[in-house]
Design a protein around this ligand. Structure first.
Ligand code: NAP
Length: 534
């Protein structure tokens, strides 16, 4: 039987792992990439290009390398824990080379449309029209994976800023920001306190005379550098912490985290304290922001009420004159015009079963990969979605009925609306371990700590107490990888290696007290495992 052909739209991180997952399942992928290179968002370009994501020169990812890698290809041990975009690109190139993926990518080829064929109800096939060098061609595919990301179209809410038409300085969206040079000696307002707003306010404040960071609701600020200097996500993304979270009420978790964050700096004193609780907002991660605030280079302000020719009046009545620039770090919106009516989007709301499959199609041959905003790393999630989707395309997994899918979607939407503050940036939120486990259960690759603890206690311990790294999903089931065990047992070494660039004495001190804490932790962990798995 001929191999099923899968059109993959986009050659960024989601597109690359989708190619790999299709190959693993014996499908025939063709990846269409409109630019001349892989990497998508993570490839820096001097100038922003229409219809493509655009990053600033200095961007450093805020998820650490052990958490963000693909599950069967660890990031080299000497790479920094938080990688600048250039290193991320190196990793993608190595991944593509190792699995020989590039020969499946058609560069400089834009997908104009992907539409259901007239006999879709029986075949599930798609007509895909692409354009290369101004020439269009159409071909038939058995399935389509959309890997175009959700950070391409700038959300520029000018209508909510009265007076913007009078403003005589320059204003632009954060996607058009590249470096801080032109801000030297200027007075700049950055609007929005997502990760773009935080990063840009900090960077611009190194050259500008003054930066004002305007936020309509404030934020809790997390650190990249976590306890004992470990990457923050490595410290909190553990199965043990997940167990604790499931046992505790959200308000206890919120109190605990907020107290920890306020111990570092009082969010109220720094003008950042939001009305909402920690778990109700996508996290802003920024180790430098408090340093720039305490040195006066960044001043936190409320929302802008009105703009004049050169001034901004804020909602607390304060006024700042002589503003040269306003940067709208106000996020993104997404849509899929090339899919026609197969996937409508309204206000960043989309109806997808487990954020992947449109439930209303007669055949499950369309998968959206990477359309989530995780509390954690997105690359392994895209990979897990692609593992699931390629097995569904192959006919190895089936989806539930449309009504079952719709009720799952409704339950997720309701939970999201209940938990998060209302904002277009909170429509595709997922929690990393919970969501990975949910997808992993679809294909039988969720690690079983119960059976691991009988066969390999050391590994079971690291799976439970250590960071929930993507390798955990290669220990068993389809796509099992023989290197997964070693990758898990050596992950701590890969974290330390790039830090320890000068030989030092290893003793950390703490002696007896530290042992007592460890023993108490062990007792709680054993109790939790027993309660959960036996
Ligand atoms: P974002 O997370 O959507 O944040 C947008 C910000 O703009 C929010 O503070 C939002 O406030 C505010 N905003 C939106 N509309 C507004 C309005 N009309 N008036 C006032 N404020 C408004 O966008 P982003 O910061 O560009 O981040 C996009 C994604 O890229 C996120 O997933 C982020 O984590 C990621 N990112 C990562 C890095 C990194 O790894 N270093 C850097 C940058 C971005 P509300 O909350 O009130 O809506």
């Amino acid at each position: 039987m001929a191999k099923k052909r899968v059109a993959i739209i986009g050659g960024g991180s989601s597109g690359l792992c989708s190619v790999k997952c299709c190959l693993d399942e014996g499908l025939e992928p063709v990846c269409f990439e409109s630019s001349d290179d892989i990497g998508g968002l993570w490839r820096f370009k001097e100038n922003p290009e229409e219809d493509r994501a655009s990053i600033y020169k200095s961007v450093i990812i805020n998820t650490s390398k052990e958490m963000m890698c693909f599950s069967d290809y660890p990031i080299p041990d000497d790479y920094p824990n938080y990688m600048p975009n250039s290193k991320i690109m190196e990793y993608f190139r190595q991944y593509a080379k190792h699995f020989d993926l590039l020969k499946y990518v058609r560069f400089r080829t834009k997908v104009c449309s992907a539409t259901r064929r007239p006999d879709f109800a029986s075949t599930g096939q798609w007509d895909v029209v692409v354009e290369t060098d101004g020439k269009q061609e159409s071909s038939i595919f058995d399935a389509v994976m959309v890997c175009t990301g959700h950070h391409t179209t700038a959300h520029m809410p000018l209508d909510t800023f009265p007076g913007i038409e009078k403003f005589q300085g320059r204003y632009f969206h954060s996607r058009d920001y590249k470096d801080p040079n032109e801000f030297t000696g200027k007075r700049v307002i950055v609007i929005g306190i997502g990760n773009s707003g935080g990063d840009l306010a900090v960077e611009i404040s190194h050259t500008a005379e003054q930066v004002f960071l305007s936020t309509r609701r404030g934020a809790w600020i997390l650190n990249r550098v976590g306890d004992k200097g470990y990457p923050g996500d490595v410290v909190f993304s553990t199965r043990f912490n997940l167990l604790l979270k499931q046992f505790l009420l959200p308000y206890i978790v919120n109190n605990w985290v907020e107290n920890r964050l306020n111990e570092r700096f009082n969010h109220s004193h720094y003008g950042l304290k939001p009305q909402h609780r920690f778990l109700s907002q996508h996290p802003t991660i920024n180790d430098e922001l408090p340093n720039r605030i305490i040195s006066g280079k960044v001043q936190v302000k409320p929302n802008i009420k009105e703009l004049t020719e050169r001034a901004a009046i804020f909602e607390d009545g304060s006024k700042e004159e002589d503003i040269d620039f306003i940067v709208f770090a106000t996020g993104y919106s997404f849509s899929f015009p090339f899919l026609g009516n197969a996937l409508p989007v309204t206000n960043n709301q989309v109806t997808l079963y487990k954020f992947v499959f449109p439930p209303h199609l007669e055949k499950p041959t369309l998968a959206i990969i990477g359309l989530v905003q995780p509390l954690g790393a997105i690359m392994p999630i895209s990979e897990m979605q692609a593992r699931w989707a390629s097995r569904v395309f192959k006919g190895l997994e089936t989806l539930p009925s449309e009504s079952e899918m719709l009720s799952d979607i409704t339950a997720k939407k309701t939970a999201m609306e209940k938990r998060y503050v209302r904002s277009p940036r909170h429509t595709i939120q997922v929690d990393y371990i919970e969501y990975m486990d949910e997808l992993a259960s679809q294909i039988g690759v969720k690690p079983s700590i119960g059976s691991l603890s009988l066969t390999n206690p050391k590994l079971a311990w690291e799976v439970l107490m250590g960071p929930c790294t993507p390798f955990q999903y290669r220990l068993q089931g389809p796509g099992k990888w023989s290197g997964a065990r070693k990758a898990i047992l050596t992950q701590q070494d890969r974290i330390i290696k790039p830090l320890r660039t000068r030989p030092t004495d290893n003793s950390a001190g703490g002696g007896l007290l530290s042992l007592v804490f460890k023993m108490a932790g062990l007792a709680v962990a054993v109790f939790a495992v027993v309660c959960t798995f036996f």
